[in-house]
Design a protein around this ligand. Structure first.
Ligand code: GDP
Ligand code: IMO
Ligand code: MG
Length: 429
């Protein structure tokens, strides 16, 4: 298993960026395969903090970074992110960065529609990141998207643009909005095209070549399994498949190439946006988790909802995504709690469940069954080896892996890149 696929096993923000950045020095290529700039990954290296949304987290170490076809790409967000990172001293050029030429584009009209729908939904809103992700994926499967490769053929896209805009004009009219200004959109595309096209290529071909040469490929998932459009807390999900299987379809490599599936798991649970969350704590413990874990969204700055670790959900995510091993992150946030709780099952209308049901009303109604453990008084913060961990923290980790039926491969003990404990190397397993 020379390759590794990293995915979030909860509702996103598990610390995927940190782990991908740490693993990137052992990889030859890092590939994003789904989502878009709804993702937000914070990387801490010494006194430098990098915030990435669209670029693969491998870019910071200079590892060849690829955006695969499964991603929805906002060209202006890409340009802004590249400029921001370049100003921070990260080198990005067509040697170390490539972009799939069959990626669908996120356009301003997608962002408009995302915002209009959310505003109209009122309290029933999904709480999207407002980046136009859902509408862009709809246009992809509706076969009317503008893709990266179309930017090289702007003079011949009248009919294509007409079809896309006619669809959006009807939707916009329903919200009392004026039609899309097609001439202005075409002009905006014309302006951004050269910037995007310098990185565009059939990346499946490049991946095929590097794979043949024995390269180690690191697939970087965004969001988390519970936000998956099929397996997540539908309809409070994102619009892509976030499970490990997407690494193949979203990059152009086959399912036999995705290797060790590393599920990133926070030592407690968070969620940003609306939707069911059985172990949510709306008390001072939830408040404390949020403060200690700095649980504010990288993309939107929204406060993340916090709660105890839910072993039922993570066991389900690990099964659905075929997780080989997990990286347990933010263990240090639990330092100093007298007691810690783990959800081991649910009660639903008098029945005990060992899984999360599919219907949103059931998902909202389940009551967690908790197991309580003693916390630990020593600190795990900054620990870099198993021997640095308090005995009770080790007991917590062991109980987690037992309940989720999946072994721990890595433990993360601070935002800093090197504060990571390697238990089992995913690249050599
Ligand atoms: P991602 O979306 O999965 O990449 O995660 P985010 O970057 O959105 O959120 C994770 C946050 O936790 C970031 O601010 C990280 O710097 C931070 N972080 C990652 N691992 C650890 C850890 O082990 N301990 C602590 N305290 N913070 C961590
Ligand atoms: P990373 O990669 C956490 C959530 C949004 C909302 C739902 C739909 O940083 O883990 P969307 O804009 O995708 O249509 O929003 O999904 N969401 C995330 N939550 N982490 C993310 O990414 C997320 N990306 C989307 O908050 O509930
Ligand atoms: Mg995030």
């Amino acid at each position: 298993m020379a390759n590794v696929t990293v995915i979030g096993a909860q509702w996103g923000d598990e610390g995927k960026g940190k782990i991908v950045d740490w693993l990137a020095s052992r990889a030859d290529v890092v590939v994003r395969f789904q989502g878009g700039h709804n993702a937000g990954h914070t990387l801490v290296v010494g006194d430098q903090v990098y915030k990435l949304s669209l670029l693969p987290s491998g870019i910071v170490t200079g590892t060849l970074s690829i955006i695969g076809n499964g991603v929805v790409l906002d060209p202006w967000a890409l340009k802004a992110e590249i400029e921001k990172l370049t100003a921070q001293g990260v080198m990005i050029n067509d040697e170390n960065f490539a972009l799939a030429d069959n990626c669908p584009l996120i356009l301003p009209l997608h962002r408009d529609l995302d915002g209009l729908r959310e505003a109209a939904a009122g309290s029933g809103k999904i709480g999207t990141t407002g980046r136009g992700i859902g509408p862009a994926y709809e246009d992809k499967v509706g076969r009317r998207a503008i893709r990266v490769c179309d930017l090289a053929h702007l003079d011949a896209m009248d009919a294509q643009l007409g079809r896309l805009c006619a669809h959006h004009d009807a939707l916009r009219a329903g919200f009392g909005q004026p039609p899309v200004d097609r001439a202005a959109l075409l002009e905006e595309l014309r302006e951004i095209a050269p910037f995007v096209l310098q990185f565009a290529q059939p990346v499946w071909k490049r991946l095929k070549k590097v794979r043949k040469a024995g390269a180690r490929i690191l697939f970087e998932g965004a969001q988390g399994v519970l936000l998956d459009v099929d397996h997540g807390t539908y309809p409070f999900v994102t619009s892509s498949n976030t499970v490990s299987g997407t690494a193949a379809s979203g990059s152009g490599l086959g399912p036999n190439s995705t290797g060790f599936v590393l599920g990133i798991v926070k030592a407690y649970t968070t969620r940003v946006g609306s939707g069911p969350f059985p172990t949510e704590l709306e008390d001072e413990i939830g408040q404390k988790l949020g403060e200690r874990g700095h649980e504010f969204g990288t993309v939107t700055g929204r406060k993340r909802r916090c709660g105890w670790f839910d072993a039922v959900l993570v066991r389900q995510s690990c099964a659905i995504s075929g997780v080989t091993g997990i990286a347990l992150t933010k263990l240090d946030v639990l330092d100093g709690f007298d007691k810690v709780k783990i959800c081991t099952g649910y009660r639903l209308r008098g029945k005990v469940l060992d899984y999360f049901p599919s219907h949103s009303a059931d998902q909202a109604e389940v009551e967690p069954i908790y197991e309580e453990m003693d916390g630990w008084q020593g600190t795990t913060a900054g620990a870099r080896s198993w021997a640095d961990l308090p005995a009770q923290a080790i007991k917590y980790i062991q109980r987690v892996q037992e309940l989720i039926e999946t072994p721990v491969a890595l433990v993360s003990t601070s935002p800093e890149r090197e504060d990571t404990i390697l238990v089992r190397d995913p690249f050599v397993d």
